[in-house]
Design a protein around this ligand. Structure first.
Ligand code: HEM
Length: 436
């Protein structure tokens, strides 16, 4: 347990940090993080009388989040949830699966299991292997840009481009045929979109917490059945996709148990699209807000990698992860006890002025840009090279075809504490070579 002298966040601020709506409002939350980094960079969040969640520490400074990410022996992913969870959700998982999380996957394992599982696909996700996919990804990007152009001079970039494109890419690498993509999207949204009424697509806002949990568990079961079929097919006829690697992978001489295999598919299926959608939409927002920048990068494509990287920092699509202390330790001047639960706020860390000058500014030339949007250490994002590649290829295609972009309305952010970003981005475009 924490020392009694530990700073405790006043309940209004604590509520702000765990309220998904704060992440939709964004700037006031960044103001709060600025204040906390200065005053109480490692601070307790205690539940109110209702006791809806377990107490935890909120960590807001870049250096502290970096240290936690890299010290995987002291800060464990297991056994508490890796994402901020209400007690009801944890209890539901325990009853359904015997584990604190509904799905066991890379993000839940620690050493010695984690490195064994991670090694199975690590090479597949490296740039050398991904280079083989460039042609396929470019085709998906071209088709996506075609649809944007065909839809006319004004439209929602999220709906037309940034939501569908990363989903197509992930489904392609998992061998999911295009006709099944809507079902996969619905299942992902049921698993993660529950906090945002517009995104859950299932009227979750009108459901009781029990009904929501049932729906989420049902989504997990559907995923498991679906991917068990894919695995059977890939064992019979392996291809070069990551689905085949997972289906045929062995740990200690054995194929993966069903549940772990399903967990692997589910983490790749779900981790790879909403995240990249958010950074892609953020990149476009930044460029549309400053039309001269669009013209500059059209003329000089060497600016693109900087834009992609800065968009990933600026948007920080994965807003936090949780860790559990394996032993007593100290962090940011506070005594952390074995078993304590801690929230690494990537949003706060990526806006730490001690690391990033003028952090709220989108600076395509920022260098160095050692952001924490992909995490760090043993669990650092497995798909980071794929995310960068997808974004670069998409923007190359967009820059070729679109002459000018500007905002056509106020963009809206999603309501979510975990993965978040723009859910609408109204744009006006002109197409290269066409008279307006
Ligand atoms: C801009 C896009 C993305 C962002 C911001 C992002 C962010 C993250 C973060 C913060 C973590 C946890 C890191 C940690 O605990 O230290 C993570 C883990 C992971 N990501 Fe990503 N991700 C993105 C795209 C992708 C893509 C495209 C894929 C794959 C298709 C992917 C697959 C994974 C997997 C499998 C893990 C778990 C790794 C492990 O625990 O060993 N991500 N990602």
């Amino acid at each position: 347990m924490a020392e009694s002298s530990a700073p405790v966040l006043p309940s209004a601020t604590a509520h702000e940090v765990i309220d998904p709506h704060s992440y939709a409002a964004w700037d006031p939350l960044l103001d709060t993080f600025d204040r906390l980094r200065e005053e109480t960079p490692v601070v307790r969040i205690e539940p109110d009388e209702e006791g809806l969640f377990e107490p935890f520490w909120l960590v807001t400074r870049y250096d502290d989040v970096m240290r936690m990410s890299k010290d995987n022996a002291t800060f464990l992913n297991n056994p508490r949830p890796v994402v901020f969870s209400l007690n009801a959700a944890i209890e539901f998982s325990r009853q359904a699966t015997g584990s604190n999380m509904l799905v066991d996957s890379l993000v839940v394992f620690d050493a010695p299991i984690h490195p064994k599982y991670r090694r199975l696909t690590q090479k597949w996700f490296m740039p050398r292997n991904l280079a083989r996919l460039e042609g396929e990804i470019r085709n998906l990007a071209k088709r996506t840009v075609d649809r944007l152009v065909e839809s006319g001079p004004q439209g929602d970039f999220c709906k037309l481009v940034s939501a569908p494109y990363p989903l197509h890419v992930v489904m392609q690498i998992l061998g999911v045929p295009e006709e099944d993509e809507p079902r996969m999207l619905m299942l992902t949204q049921q698993m993660f979109g529950g906090q945002d009424a517009d995104l859950s697509g299932s009227g979750m806002d009108n459901m009781t917490p029990e009904q929501v949990l049932e729906l989420v568990a049902g989504a997990v079961r559907s995923f498991e059945h679906y991917f068990a079929e894919i695995a059977r097919a890939r064992r019979a006829n392996p291809t070069e996709d990551v689905a085949s690697v997972i289906a045929n992978a062995e740990v200690d001489g054995q194929l993966l148990p069903e549940r772990d295999m399903a967990g692997y598919y589910i983490i790749v299926a779900t981790a790879g699209h909403d995240t990249t959608s958010a950074s892609t939409a953020g990149a476009m927002q930044a460029l549309a807000q400053d039309p001269e920048q669009w013209a500059r990068v059209r003329a000089d494509r060497s600016l693109l990698p900087g834009i992609v990287e800065e968009a990933i920092r600026w948007t920080t699509p994965v807003q936090h992860f949780m860790r559990t202390a394996a032993e007593d330790t100290e962090l940011g001047g506070q005594k952390i006890a074995k078993g304590d639960w801690l929230m690494m706020s990537y949003v706060a860390a990526n806006h730490d002025p001690a690391q990033f000058e003028n952090p709220r500014r989108f600076d395509a030339a920022r260098s160095p840009n050692r952001h924490l949007a992909f995490g760090a250490g043993a669990h650092q994002c497995l798909g980071l090279h794929l995310a960068r590649l997808e974004m670069r290829i998409l923007f190359e295609e967009l820059l070729d075809r679109i002459e000018t972009v500007e905002l056509a309305g106020e963009p809206q952010r999603s309501v979510s504490t975990f993965v978040g970003g723009l859910k609408t981005l109204p744009l006006r475009i002109t197409v290269a070579g066409e008279k307006t």
